[in-house]
Structure formats: structure tokens, C-alpha cells
Design a protein around this ligand. Structure first.
Ligand code: SF4
Length: 350
């Protein structure tokens, strides 16, 4: 048993002051952190419980047409919010494809952003892991690595980011609101997570004591609602992390793609915005040839980090499929298997 202090602040300012002390960790739903503590993977000296902090649990329409989501909003609550799922259907689809119903009822928006990789060696304190123990090495290199990264990885870490939620959010230019010892700041979600480089232990741009207080979606993101989908390929139908996933959002005018958004999950240590693919789609016709070209551009520079070369072609196919489903139109109701390539309308051998 590792001893730790437990603090339950009543304001954001108190929480930030408490968590600025070395060895602190924020506790929200604890769906990831408590497992890590029980497994001896992390050993915080102090838990700062933010699960009851006031002011972080609202879903609020902004005067400029954007939406602000408090960090304590539960995944299920957000996905089932009618206004949210109507305006941002791909995000709702991604949320409902993640974890299990029980976990979605507990897990928070802020915690989803900050969940740790599911690399099995990270969760096993007997294995060498640069992320858990900087400088120790990486047992995933040369180990069981078929689900590891094909983009943005380094010799020091080949893990992937596990979130579904973050993938469409990155495509839709979500912004993270952060409160910390130096005050409030905002970071584009695309810049929030870090690639491993030489410091895989540093997973986000957060400094000690900084707390995610909200996420914002800009008004423009809702313009993609008629043509927005998330597609997730996993090894079983539910309660599994993505082997690869893709979020696609299109604005189609007069039979031509006026604007495209595309991002990938399960391929890198951060949700991967495919800007070259988006540029390739601008002005193109929404057809299979355009989507295949975009998928090629999305995986440009991809290389296997181990026994996972198959993920590169798989990711191309999932990207093309997400684009085709988005072009076909957002369904009136979410499919029975959210984000599944087997959902109605999917082209199984495109
Ligand atoms: Fe650790 Fe990253 Fe290597 Fe996994 S891939 S063992 S998380 S350093």
C-alpha cells in the first residue's frame, strides 16, 4: 500500500494551489488513474479530487455560436445531449464507441483528454518503459507491438493515444481551456498532446498544477453536421480501443467538396490531424478516387514501428471509408453500432 494525501478543494483556485506541489495528481472519475495506482504504475504523493468542483459541469452555448463543455461533464451525458449530438454528430459517435456504458457514465471530458496510453508494457511495472521510467528503455520495441504507432513515433516510445473522443475534436478545431498557477490560458487541442520525441514521459503541454477546466468547439464546427462521421476499427465490437479510427467531416456545395476535415486515431501518440489530405480534398468531387487520394496523403510518412505494417493500409482504408460515409450524409439516428465500419451504409470492400 502506497500512502498518499487526499485533498478535496472547493474552488478551482484551491485545486490549482494544492496540485502545484510536486507529486500531485488530479482525480476526477478515476477510471484510468485508479487502475494505474492499483497496478503500481503511478504513485502520486497527493490526490487533488476535482470531482465535485463547482462550475465545471455545464454544456453551454456561447454568444458566438460555439459550445463550451465543462471538464467534469460525463462522456455519456455529452453524447446524449440532443443539441450536442445534432450539431457535432461525429463527436457523439466517437464518444459512444468508447469503453463500456458503465465507464462512459463515469468518465469525464477532461479525463478523456488525459487518459494514458494502453501500451501493455506501460501497465506492467516489470517491463522497461521510458514513459513510466525515463531512460529505462522500451520493451515494446521488439516486443508485442502490432497495435503500436505508425506515425510520429520515436526510438524512445512507439505507443498510441487511446482516445476516440479526441479524434473528431481535433478535426473540428476544439480548444482546451486551462487554469494554472500562472493564470488561465487556451491551447488548440491539436497542440495539446505531445509526440514522444526524447521525452515520452511528457504527454501534454500541461505544466505542473495546470487543470483542464473546459473544452470549446467553434461555431464553424457545426457547419459540418450534415456530413460528419467517425469510424473505428477494433478487435471486437465493443469495449475495445481502436486499432485505427478516422473522423471525417465535409462541407459539400454544388456537388463539390468546399471544405474537408480528417483526423486519425490509433496511429500516433496524439490524435493525428491529416491536413495534407484535407488540402487534397478541397475542390474535389466526393467520390472514391478523391477519398483514396486523400487517404494516401493522410498516411504520407507512415512507417511501421514493429510488427504493424498492416496498420498503414488499414488506416488508409478506414480514412477512405469515413470520408465515403460522411459524403453519404450523417444518419438521422446514430447507428446501432456507433463508429463501426459495419454500421448501415458502410462500403465493406471499398
Ligand atoms: Fe513505454 Fe512507450 Fe515503450 Fe510502451 S511504447 S513500453 S509506453 S516507452
Amino acid at each position: 500500500m502506497n500512502r498518499f494525501d487526499y485533498i478535496r478543494p472547493t474552488t478551482v483556485a484551491e485545486a490549482v494551489a494544492a496540485a502545484a506541489m510536486p507529486g500531485s495528481a488530479y482525480l476526477a472519475a478515476g477510471t484510468n488513474l485508479l487502475d494505474l495506482m492499483k497496478g503500481g504504475v503511478v504513485r502520486p504523493a497527493r490526490l487533488v479530487d476535482v470531482s465535485r468542483l463547482p462550475g465545471l459541469d455545464g454544456i453551454e452555448s456561447l454568444p458566438d455560436g460555439g459550445l463550451r463543455i465543462g471538464a467534469r461533464v460525463r462522456n455519456a451525458e455529452l453524447a446524449h445531449d440532443p443539441d450536442f449530438s445534432r450539431r457535432f454528430p461525429a463527436v457523439a459517435e466517437a464518444l459512444l464507441s468508447g469503453a463500456s456504458a458503465q465507464l462512459r457514465n463515469a468518465a469525464t471530458v477532461g479525463g478523456n483528454l488525459l487518459q494514458r496510453t494502453r501500451c501493455a508494457y506501460f501497465y506492467d511495472p516489470a517491463s522497461a518503459c521510458n514513459k513510466r521510467d525515463p531512460g529505462a528503455g522500451c520493451d515494446a520495441r521488439g516486443g508485442e507491438n502490432r497495435l503500436h504507432a505508425v506515425l510520429g513515433w520515436s526510438e524512445h516510445c512507439i505507443a498510441t493515444h487511446p482516445s476516440d473522443f479526441c479524434v473528431p475534436l481535433v478535426a473540428l478545431d476544439a480548444v482546451v481551456e486551462i487554469e494554472g498557477p500562472a493564470g488561465r490560458r487556451e491551447v488548440a487541442l491539436e497542440e495539446f498532446h505531445r509526440l514522444p520525441g526524447e521525452t515520452p514521459e511528457r504527454e501534454s503541454v500541461l505544466s505542473p498544477g495546470e487543470l483542464v477546466v473546459a473544452l470549446r468547439l467553434p461555431a464553424e464546427a457545426a457547419r459540418f453536421a450534415p456530413h460528419a462521421r467517425y469510424v473505428k476499427l477494433r478487435e471486437r465490437t465493443s469495449y475495445a480501443f481502436a486499432v485505427v479510427s478516422a473522423a471525417a467531416a465535409l462541407r459539400i456545395e454544388d456537388g463539390v467538396i468546399a471544405e474537408a476535415r480528417l483526423s486519425l486515431g490509433g496511429v500516433a501518440l496524439k490524435p493525428w490531424r491529416a491536413r495534407a489530405a484535407e488540402a487534397a480534398l478541397s475542390g474535389a468531387r466526393p467520390d472514391a478516387a478523391s477519398f483514396r487520394r486523400a487517404a494516401e496523403a493522410a498516411l504520407e510518412g507512415a512507417r511501421p514501428s514493429g510488427d504493424n505494417a498492416f496498420k498503414i493500409e488499414l488506416a488508409r482504408r478506414i480514412a477512405a471509408r469515413a470520408l465515403a460515409l460522411a459524403a453519404a450524409g450523417t444518419p438521422e439516428r446514430l447507428p446501432a453500432l456507433p463508429a463501426s465500419p459495419l454500421a448501415p451504409g458502410a462500403v465493406l470492400h471499398g
